[in-house]
Design a protein around this ligand. Structure first.
Ligand code: C5P
Length: 324
């Protein structure tokens, strides 16, 4: 068996350029239609063999432990990275078509060549910002462990497994530019947008996704018809920033701004300052607008940061996936 002793992978952020949401189905989840793109803003996962295989593993799960440079991030078994590691180890033992086993006994792990691993997370994507940081970390952990454990699963099989951990994870097996439907788990890649830059405003506000969906229901929002007639994505992908922006919608803005009026005010002020449409990503709190050049996006981010006293950065939209 050959496995890497150390492996480093980037976990990129995403934004929802366009997000239509329908009323919930019987499972309580909301059917959606979203154009998602990755961003040139990433967390980094570094996997190392830990402790040596012959030593009994004292970590947070039978197969993995987690360390992080951000003290605010819980590194216990609730973290998506550790949940992904536990789920994947069970699925490897069971095989891709079987229901994963939850009890990971040491003998079975050993015979599947599953070694204990420490995952060190460098956190750069703000949390509770609608940028998919936790989901990207979980998806990247699966990709990395697939190599580390030499499991040989296809991206499609990993994507299917990841859907059980959260609606946003499967996208990260298909980025950088995809249409997501269902609760988000059905992913269809499309060409990357011609628009290559965003000014991303990162308010110091944490938006809880379930609460935003709950308010969406209380406000009786959503129309299934908006999911049926899909836009001409190929035409949208070719448009320059000022032509594309007025087409973009996020149905979660109304409930997010109802919960946090300060965020709605920030969006309006940002729109006036930038002189162009500003949208929220996912369930918030990050806000973005789009540019055709890095220079324009950088100037806009500097202006927004200075005038709104909130962090703002220029980031590349749908960068080519890094060579790993
Ligand atoms: O799938 P994920 O764990 O990211 O979802 C977090 C919460 O967001 C869910 O518990 C649910 O309340 C809400 N959600 C939803 N419909 C979706 C995605 C998420 O209602 N399509």
């Amino acid at each position: 068996m050959v496995y890497s002793r150390s492996l480093r992978l980037l976990a990129p952020a995403k934004i929802n350029l366009h997000l239509r949401v329908a009323p919930p189905g019987a499972d309580g989840f909301h059917p959606l239609l979203s154009w998602m793109v990755t961003l040139g803003l990433s967390d980094t996962l570094t996997l190392t063999l830990f402790p040596p295989p012959e030593t009994p593993f004292p970590g947070n799960t039978p197969v993995a432990s987690l360390t992080c440079d951000d003290p605010m991030l819980p590194c216990d078994a609730s973290n998506l990275i550790l949940r992904a590691a536990h789920l994947f180890a069970g699925a490897i033992i069971a095989g891709p078509t079987e229901k994963a086993t939850r009890d990971l006994d040491v003998q079975r792990l050993g015979s599947a060549n599953i070694t204990t691993v420490n995952i060190d997370l460098q956190k750069r994507i703000p949390m509770g910002a609608g940028l998919g940081g936790g989901s990207s970390d979980g998806a990247t952990a699966l990709r990395a462990l697939n190599r580390f454990w030499d499991a040989g699963w296809s991206a499609a099989a990993l994507g299917n497994l990841s859907a059980t951990l959260g609606s946003d994870l499967p996208f990260f097996f298909h980025g950088p530019s995809s249409i997501c439907t269902g609760r988000g788990q059905f992913v269809r890649p499309i060409p990357s947008p011609a628009v290559k830059w965003a000014a991303l405003l990162l308010p110091n506000i944490h938006m809880p996704t379930p609460a935003v969906y709950k308010r969406f229901d209380q406000m009786r929002l959503g129309d299934s018809a908006t999911l049926r007639d899909e836009p001409n994505w190929l035409a949208w992908a070719k448009m320059p920033a000022q032509e594309l922006l007025p087409h973009l919608v996020n149905d979660l803005e109304a409930p997010a701004f109802a919960i946090c009026p300060e965020l709605g005010d920030l969006r309006e002020r940002a729109e006036r300052l930038a002189g162009r449409t500003v949208r929220m990503s996912g369930s918030g709190s990050s806000l973005f607008t789009l540019y055709d050049s890095k220079q324009e996006a950088t100037a806009a981010a500097q202006l927004l940061e200075a005038k709104l006293s909130q962090r703002a950065v220029a980031v590349e939209v749908a960068p080519d996936p890094a060579e790993e």
